[in-house]
Design a protein around this ligand. Structure first.
Ligand SMILES: [Zn+2]
Length: 91
């Protein structure tokens, strides 16, 4: 099974920092959009062995990498906040 380690890391970061992102809507759809925007901005890091996931993600979350991934996440949240793709914008 292919796993994108970056996706796992982004998902963890997103859940950890969702309150700090000040998004007008944090429904599943909007969070998925933030994930999609973020992931399209980074090179994927695919692994085929889930046993290696912990090792690879710990490698990805050193302080510097984590900071740069967070910047991407914050930018993605800003883009999404301007035009949420869920029905929130119809209200
Ligand atoms: Zn939403």
């Amino acid at each position: 099974m292919l796993i994108n380690a970056k996706e796992v890391v982004f998902k963890a970061l997103l859940h950890q920092y969702v309150d700090d992102l000040n998004m007008p809507c944090t429904c599943e759809k909007c969070l998925d959009d933030v994930m999609a925007i973020s992931l399209n901005n980074v090179k994927p890091k695919y692994i085929s062995d889930s046993d290696k996931l912990a090792f690879v993600t710990s490698d990805l979350v050193d302080r510097q990498t984590k900071t740069s991934l967070l910047v991407i996440l914050v930018e993605a949240a800003a883009i999404e906040s301007k035009s949420p793709h869920c029905k929130w914008k119809e209200i």
